[in-house]
Design a protein. Sequence first.
Lengths: 231, 177
Amino acid sequence: MTVESRQEASHPPNLYPEYKSTAFRSPRKAPLPPDGIDSFCMESLPLSSDVGPRSENLLLNTCTTGEPIGERIVVSGKVLDGDGAPLAGSLVEIWQANAAGRYAHKVDRHDAPLDKNFLGVGRALTDDEGRFKFYTIRPGAYPWGNHDNAWRPPHIHFSVIGNVLENRLITQMYFPGDPLLDHDPIFQSVPDRAKDRLIAGFDLTLTEPEFALGYRFDLVVRGFLSTPETT
Amino acid sequence: MPDHTPSQTIGPFFSHALTPESNRFPPIVDNRVRFSKGEGPSIELRGAVRDGEGNVITDAMVEIFQSNADGVFETGHGYGRSGTENGEFVFRTVKPGTREPDMSPCIEVVLFMRGLLNHLFTRIYFADEKELNERDRFLSQLSAETRERLLATSESDGVYRFDINMQGPDETPFIDR
């Protein structure tokens, strides 16, 4: 079984000078071709019982005294391969800032309040249709030191572990109509034709009346090839 | 035909989600790699990750995937994650076995950090497996210099070191999987 090739045209380059940290951290040599390396199947992961309805609900999973502050949102989508086939049993982990734009992480020193009811972390396993669904709070934008007056657009970090090592993915989900996207080097590093795929779609059918706005966000990863690729 | 979702950096604030240490959000995987079968002595695998200026990187995440000591890839096992907050990544695992005549024991590695827009793949082989390394189907077609950089060396009894250099003359080879 061969795995779909990595679509170079969909991903950012390793060195992107506007994102300053890439200067000393991006590798400079061309990578080695994977000759003699088979794809690495991962049918399931060593998971404890800590993945389920509670871990998918960031409104509840780390509350101490009440509900977190902010706009409730539903974030749902599917993990799919390049042919549109669902990847069931994929591990999706998310993390994000709170409504004020502060991470519950000791390194974040931004002067915005922490929310004792919101750690901002979640995990889910996709169902037979490749679907996941999180309840969370819309994250705030936050300043960072990349350049003068730099702000990260509101975003949710996603980590996906599929069924093979090659479809491991880490990415960020952004929100539609956000004026900060034009100014964010991390988002801008993505080739133009692929940028749209990182922006969640507002979805009235996912929106729960009187409760939460709904956003749809699919993750398309490398899958197995049924027929050899033509190059 | 849908097109692939682009990669973005992991950023600096992931450890409370991906490598948590508290009960508030219990981890589902940590730096102790678990197996259900296979007998093999426990080893410690550690290393520092350095940037192009030689500075130790303390906000990286390393994931490893490997077979058990008998060379069998166990579904749901053989996986570990480690941060580098204390200056190095550290794993408690076993030295993987091998079942193919042209495969030397190796550990699959995935590397993530702020400043990397795409995660990177590499492999850790073992310097004390000279004979098997010479026959390995991947290692054997690399130059001697490149091969050297994929070898973990024995630091002391049961402790192996594999340092990762992002740039410079000792840049670690990454693999285009």
